[in-house]
Design a protein around this ligand. Structure first.
Ligand SMILES: Cc1ncc(COP(=O)(O)O)c(C=O)c1O
Length: 360
């Protein structure tokens, strides 16, 4: 196949069945690998949609500058699509962004604007948005995609990702996936539920996140998750709570241990948010024998080789100790523990009550 532009290679990503990471009750987990997109993540789809619709209605004009706050994958996608469509791209980043992602965006000509002072809880999200507002005011013909609140983000997934999924997997029982902006879970779930109303959608988020409306103050140690892509201090407009049936807040050590074992047992080097989602899927599988569960893997583990896949880095954050204490070094132990994880999946919709495990 010959494509006219790199942007024509976005989408049609493969789906792989997990073989070793199985609970053994007839449930199967299928994982859609979004790292096969040209920018290496699911964000290529959302960014292409946000840019295309902004061009169509004049919010983005030829010669304009795109300015966005990002911790990684959106920056890669914007850098790529900016080159292909001819825009200057300025990315407001923070010191937590993986260096490989920043180097990727720079290689494609994006400019990086570093915010190095977090707020009082150790988060950078608020300070980054403030910096975006400042740059927008200073830059003529600038456009802010605003990935958290721009409905062209979920629209990409409702119109493209979900249709692709339904043609690849015509019948399934559950969709378990990570939530950041809420873009992909909302868009995919909305379209999938129209075609397959029985599908249960589970949103996987970080323990200290306020995305699903849990008060930020309830956490003993409020602060950012180590799992990139998850955890917000506010509720994004892109998240459609009506199409999310359950929420599973996965602990960092559970998500990271799963990510490492996906690489070493399945040969799937995916990012941490995919690991967290697979952990959520294993939990769901325990309680739904014979079900078919679809998980999205938003990005590639190559982004995290210096962190999630590095024992010294994990040790320095106290995570290796937690993984070892929980015995999460083997697939068998991980699969067993997923039955009753540190936080069970809780229902959001009235039809599904209580948590899956029955107890915490
Ligand atoms: C690695 C990773 N996982 C998960 C997500 C969450 O996806 P969404 O923003 O569609 O909710 C993101 C979003 O940035 C991400 O980069």
């Amino acid at each position: 196949m010959i494509c006219d532009s790199v942007l024509d290679t976005i989408g049609d990503t493969p789906v792989v069945r997990l073989r070793r990471m199985s609970v053994g009750n007839g449930a199967e987990i299928l994982i859609k690998l979004e790292s096969f997109n040209p920018g290496g993540s699911i964000k290529d789809r959302a960014v292409l949609s946000m840019i295309t619709h902004a061009e169509l209605d004049g919010r983005l004009q030829p010669g304009g500058t795109i300015i966005e706050s990002t911790s990684g994958n959106v920056g890669k996608a914007l850098a790529l699509i900016g080159v292909a469509r001819g825009y200057r791209v300025v990315l407001v980043v923070d010191p937590k962004a993986p260096p490989s992602m920043l180097r990727y965006a720079s290689a494609l000509g994006a400019e990086l604007d570093l915010v190095d002072t977090p707020d009082e809880h150790g988060w950078y999200q608020g300070p980054r948005i403030e910096r975006v507002q400042q740059l927008l005011a200073e830059t003529p013909r600038s456009f802010w995609p605003d990935q958290y609140n721009n409905l062209d983000n979920p629209r990409a997934h409702a119109e493209q990702t979900a249709r692709e999924l339904l043609s690849e997997i015509p019948r399934f029982d559950a969709l378990v996936t990570a939530v950041g902006t809420g873009g992909h879970i909302s868009g995919i779930s909305r379209t999938v539920k129209r075609a397959l109303p029985e599908v249960v959608t589970v949103g996987v988020d970080a323990e200290c996140s306020a995305t699903f409306g849990y008060p930020f103050s309830q956490w003993a140690t409020p602060g950012p998750s180590r799992i990139r892509g998850l955890g917000l201090q506010w509720q994004p407009r892109c998240l459609d709570l009506d199409v999310v049936d359950r929420v599973h807040l996965v602990a960092d050590h559970e998500g990271i241990a799963t990510t490492r074992l996906l690489a070493s047992s399945e040969g799937l080097l995916v990012g941490e948010s995919a690991g967290a989602a697979v952990f959520g899927a294993l939990h769901h599988a325990h309680h739904h024998p014979g079900s078919r569960i679809v998980v999205l893997a938003p990005d590639d583990g190559v982004n995290y080789l210096e962190e999630t896949f590095d024992d010294d880095w994990l040790r320095s954050k106290g995570l290796l100790e937690r993984i070892e204490e929980a015995g999460l070094r083997t697939v068998d132990r991980l699969v067993a523990l997923a039955r009753q994880p540190s936080t069970a999946a809780v229902a959001r919709t009235p039809e599904l009550t209580g948590d899956l495990a029955g107890s915490r």
